[in-house]
Structure formats: structure tokens, C-alpha cells
Design a protein around this ligand. Sequence first.
Ligand code: TXA
Ligand code: MG
Length: 366
Amino acid sequence: MALDNIPTLNMTARVIFKNQAKMQTRILKINPKNPQISKIRQAAKIIKSGNLVAFPTETVYGLGANALDSKSVKKIFIAKGRPSDNPLIIHISDIADLKMLVDYIPNTAHELINKFWPGPLTLVLKKSKRVPKITTGGINTVAVRMPKNKIAQALIRETGVPIAAPSANVSGRPSPTTSEHVSNDLDGRISMIIDGGKTKIGIESTVIDLSRKTPMLLRPGGVTLEQLQRIIGKIAIHPTIQERKTKSVHRSPGMKYRHYSPNAKIILIEGTEDKVKNKILHLLSQFKKQGKKVGIMTAVNTRYKSNMTVFLGNNLDVIAADLFKTFREFDTKKIDIVLVQGISRKGLGLGIMNRLGKAAYKKIKI
Ligand code: TXA
Ligand code: MG
């Protein structure tokens, strides 16, 4: 991973990232349907001793450390090259752990937990004193989720502590949905990668802030906004998700960074089908004249003369599941520019469009 390709690193972080001592990263294959307990124990031992293990969740792979130990958590920030003000999600396997991590559990939280845990939903609540500041990037709220993946659950249980885990990619890169993706980014920087196959959902968990009067959606993800609204009613939506231009403060520190980016430059195009198609044809010929390798992601089965065309189809579950993998494939094929046709923001579409928007270097609305 070339440092130049990591957009979010400041100078200090670059120096730390570059000078990190290389270590041997062990890859341990575990059966996702029936995790072998002896193997889970080996991974748990590493986390208990203060080191890092990447593991599958139902959304994306996470990079886990003991959430209550500052020294362990610091290693996550260094391994990923993550800015220190971007807080981590804490993963638990038991509701009792939530009580230890937060100050107060509002009714809305109980309602959402009953419906969506274990699953791809992260709740932001006022943090308790037990949670070290480094884990929450210095703020007084904490993000918590209970993953559904069996390996993740077994690992948390066996470790016996809540596990802080951001996505197991180098900061700024697409989240990993296979152990190979993790290995490509973090080999030599962490102690172990659990290979538990491809993750099911493919985009990260939904993040909702319940620490204020009106709940606010901070990141759309595996649980849809419509599903949440059906349970708790009114939900404010963070302005960056609505894509209106605003100077409001960043409620989720991760929001201010460009994210999920492959090295290829993504151009996201939204509009009526005909107009988008014409725009893609126009840009394709323009970039080809400049000698660029052009990739296309489109929901319409049109034959474009590009270097790599990916048909999205109209099944949102499949689009989400393959999105980050596709980003990484564009890099493998050394594509320079990717022209992407926007999709509807309904259901899982909101999360997919959010990731495309954040990865995009340019957005065109026609
Ligand atoms: O699906 C997922 O959530 C994956 C898997 C591994 O669980 N994890 C993940 O973590 O996506 P990460 O660190 O890549 O993204 C966490 C997001 C960031 O945007 C961060 O800023 C936000 O959650 N976040 C964490 N704690 C927060 C807090 N206290 N207040 C507001 N936003 C918070
Ligand atoms: Mg991430």
C-alpha cells in the first residue's frame, strides 16, 4: 500500500505508519457456520495479550482490540493509519456489556435492540467512565453494536471483553469483505487475520445517534432508514447523507474524511436513464482519447466499450455485497477512471449511494 494512496493521513500519521515495525501476520481459517472453539481461543488469546486480530462480521471485516485497554486500541489507529479523532465502534456479545459501556439506555435504544440486535445496527449513546477516551476519539459518546456473525460472537465471548473494531482496511481504502482484502492492506501490521469467508452484507452497519432528544441517522447501512422509522418514528438525517451543502458540524467524526476509495477516480453520475447513458458515452470517449483505462458500473445492461464494465443489476442486496470487492477489482485491473450510474436511495440504496458518494472524486447531476 503506497502512502500516496492514503488520502486521510496527516504528516505525523504518515511517519508513524511508515516506520511501523513489520510483524508476522498469521492467517487462521475458521468455519463461519460452526466456529471451532480451539481456534477461536487462539485468536482471543492474542486480543487478551493486547494485540490485534482481524475478524469477519456480517457487514465487513473488523480489526479488533480490547476496547477497554488504551494501549491495545492505540495499535488499531497506528495499523490503519487512522486519524486519532475518528472514534471506534465497540462490539459486544451480551446486553450486560452495554450497561457497562454507556451511562444511560433510552427507550428508543431498547426498542431498536429488541428488533435489530444482533445485527448491522450501531447505537451511539453517552459513554460511561469505563470506556477510555482513545476508543471514542476523545468525545463523550460511544458507538456500540452486537454483530450477528458467529465467529465475531464467539470471539467476543471467548475474549471476555468488549472488542473495539473499525473496518479492517487501511484508512481511506474500501472496507474489506474477504480475508484477502484485509491481508492486502494490513499484512505485516497485525498479529492475526481470521479467514471466515466472504461477509454477507458487504457495507458497514447503520449508525444512529440516540444520545440526543431526536435520534439522528449518522451513517446509512445494513439496517435501512425505513426499518428504523417503523420502530421509533421520527429520525433526523445528518445533512451529509442528504447531500445538501451545509456548514453544520460533523456529528460523526468519520464523516469529514474521504472514504472507501479505490485508487481509480470514481465519477458518480445521477439523472434520467437516457441522460446518464449519453453522459457515460461522452465521458468514455473523452477519457479514452486521453489514453485512460475506463471502468463502468451501470444498472442498465448496455454494451459499453470500456476496459471493465460491471452490471449492477437491480438487487440491492447483491449490489451492496459486491460493492467494495468491485472497487478493489478496478485497482487490480489498474483502471484510472470509473464512471458510475447512480441508483435510487430507497432501502439499502441509501447506504450504497452514501458509499459511492464518499468514494467519488466528482459527482455529476443531470
Ligand atoms: O459494520 C461496521 O460497523 C464495521 C464492522 C467491523 O463492525 N465497523 C465499521 O467501523 O465500519 P468504522 O470505524 O470503519 O466506522 C465507524 C463509524 C465512523 O464513521 C465513526 O466516525 C462513527 O462510526 N462513530 C464511532 N463512534 C462514534 C460516536 N461516538 N459518535 C459518532 N460517530 C461515531
Ligand atoms: Mg471504516
